[in-house]
Design a protein around this ligand. Structure first.
Ligand SMILES: NC(=O)C1=CN([C@@H]2O[C@H](COP(=O)(O)OP(=O)(O)OC[C@H]3O[C@@H](n4cnc5c(N)ncnc54)[C@H](O)[C@@H]3O)[C@@H](O)[C@H]2O)C=CC1
Ligand SMILES: O=C(O)[C@H]1O[C@H](OP(=O)(O)OP(=O)(O)OC[C@H]2O[C@@H](n3ccc(=O)[nH]c3=O)[C@H](O)[C@@H]2O)[C@H](O)[C@@H](O)[C@@H]1O
Length: 431
């Protein structure tokens, strides 16, 4: 079986690598010629630890190829994975235009049987719609199957997660599709769920929304912890030891960002509304997250007596460490607010860059944490890059105008920071 991957972003590039790694012949297709040009040279257009080397290895051995020629690629491949983006529309529901376009391209170009597998996160019922798009675009009726195979990888850990998934979910009505996918993934040892298309689609949204719920719950609890002078990190530790709760996703902070949680929770709420079901918990999860970043800003504003004219250091821009992805990053909201209140923003992130908008011209983008700390009146840590934990904060204090530290990820040790003379505040994590 020859595999075609449509869309070579985080999920597409990682999926292409995985299938090449387990011995299949793979082609990656994208409409963005610049991305394809880089990938052909074994270079990635985003930061993902370990992925570039693996891609380069398989490009060199010709097991992995890249193209922009959709017509030929669709004709020549038996199994086609859809890995295009499904961003949010303004009302919060998923924008299926890229899925629709890819489905129509497949319908137009296919000359024989194809299995189309959706890895993109798509709303419940999309598989039925994909079938309609493909069939409507065909010049003559050619058989095909569609399966849902949601992806659960995390950015920053994509290689590890995709090579060792904790489950494989397949949603299809076709026995032929199930057997083909079982062959494709035969070298993976993990639980399988083979189910109805709608179930597979909902498992993905339900998983992301549940993880987001854990985070918003801890973020609300963190505010109570501040009032009670209790450390939320200890609460998380005490809760997490119960295997029914689990220790992951209990870190309070500036709220969840990234290209998936915000859009997927919104989409699930929109789907539920369409079906006249009120997912009140998820509406609360969204609301807590929407305003979470303001909690730390309020503390900083109060301490400084306003931001106007103050030098504020923002440490970290990416929505989490080990990625250069800034989609829905809380740091961006914080910078926007600081600029609105006329602060002088000094930013450092090890790899992520600000968008090219004119509104960010006022930000001083620094090439080291030390440079960003010089003359600072308050530090706001937005991303828990390990190097911020390793910095010599005693020495760094000499660079500052005022040692005010607002830790948006509860990363540093409150007692130690106060011991070396910082005014230190976290989010429920500094008691
Ligand atoms: N980023 C992540 O960590 C994860 C993402 N997902 C889901 O996977 C999907 C893809 O996400 P990302 O990889 O982050 O998106 P992305 O935005 O990084 O990549 C999508 C790619 O598809 C290409 N594309 C769009 N239309 C195309 C077409 N008609 N033909 C060929 N290429 C086309 C774009 O040029 C882009 O390179 C989304 O539905 C997302 O929710 C699921 C799990 C993890
Ligand atoms: O569907 C997706 O795209 C993916 O979304 C998330 O992966 P990702 O967005 O890469 O990042 P996470 O590690 O889940 O973090 C998301 C956000 O939550 C925040 N977070 C995470 C954990 C925590 O305890 N507290 C917390 O605030 C992070 O800082 C980050 O902003 C899921 O973890 C993946 O399983 C899923 O495949």
């Amino acid at each position: 079986m020859k595999i075609l991957i449509i869309g070579t972003g985080y999920v597409g590039a990682t999926t292409a690598m995985v299938f090449a790694e387990i011995g299949w012949q793979v082609t990656g297709l994208d409409i963005d010629a610049g991305k394809i040009q880089r990938l052909r040279q074994g270079r990635l257009h985003f930061h993902e630890p370990g992925l570039e080397d693996m891609i380069a290895k398989h490009v060199k051995s010709s097991r992995l190829q890249f193209t922009t020629d959709k017509e030929t690629a669709i004709k020549e491949h038996d199994v086609i994975f859809l890995c295009v983006g499904t961003p949010s529309l303004p009302d919060g529901s998923a924008d299926l235009r890229y899925i629709g376009q890819a489905a129509k391209d497949i319908g137009r170009s296919m000359k024989g049987y194809k299995l189309i597998v959706t890895k993109s996160t798509v709303p419940v019922g999309t598989q039925e719609q994909i079938k309609k798009w493909i069939a409507a675009a065909q010049q003559e009726a050619i058989p095909f199957d569609v399966a849902s195979n949601p992806e659960f990888l995390r950015e920053g850990k994509a290689v590890e997660d995709a090579l060792r998934p904790d489950r494989i979910v397949i949603g299809t009505d076709s026995q032929r599709a199930t057997e083909q996918l079982q062959r494709l993934y035969s070298s993976f040892v993990c639980p399988w769920i083979i189910t109805k298309p709608r179930t597979a689609e909902l498992i993905k949204y339900a998983s992301n929304s549940f993880l987001a719920t854990k985070i918003s719950y801890m973020n609300e609890l963190a505010k109570l912890c501040d009032e009670l002078e209790v450390n939320v990190k200890e609460i998380a530790e005490g809760m997490g030891l119960d295997p029914r709760i689990g220790s992951s996703f209990l870190q309070a902070g500036l709220g969840y960002g990234g290209s998936c949680f915000p859009k997927d929770v919104s989409e699930l709420v929109m789907t539920s509304r369409k079906h006249h079901v009120n997912l009140r918990i998820l509406e609360g999860v969204i609301e807590v997250n929407r305003t979470q970043y303001t909690y730390l800003l309020d503390k900083a504003r109060l301490r400084l007596g306003g931001f106007a004219g103050k030098n504020i250091t923002v440490l970290g821009l990416a929505f989490k460490p080990d990625t250069d992805d800034i989609r829905e990053a809380p740091a961006i909201r914080i910078i926007d607010q600081l600029l609105l209140e006329q602060a002088n923003v000094q930013l450092f992130d090890p790899i992520a860059a600000l968008p090219g908008h004119a509104s960010y011209r006022a930000v001083k983008v620094c090439s080291s944490a030390e440079e960003a700390l010089r003359g600072s009146e308050a530090i706001i840590l937005c991303t828990e890059w390990p190097e911020f934990g390793q910095l010599d904060w005693k020495k760094a204090k000499r660079l500052l105008r005022q040692p005010n530290f607002f830790d948006g990820r509860n990363m540093l040790d409150a007692k130690r920071m106060r011991g070396i003379g910082y005014y230190y505040q976290g989010i429920g994590g500094d008691h």
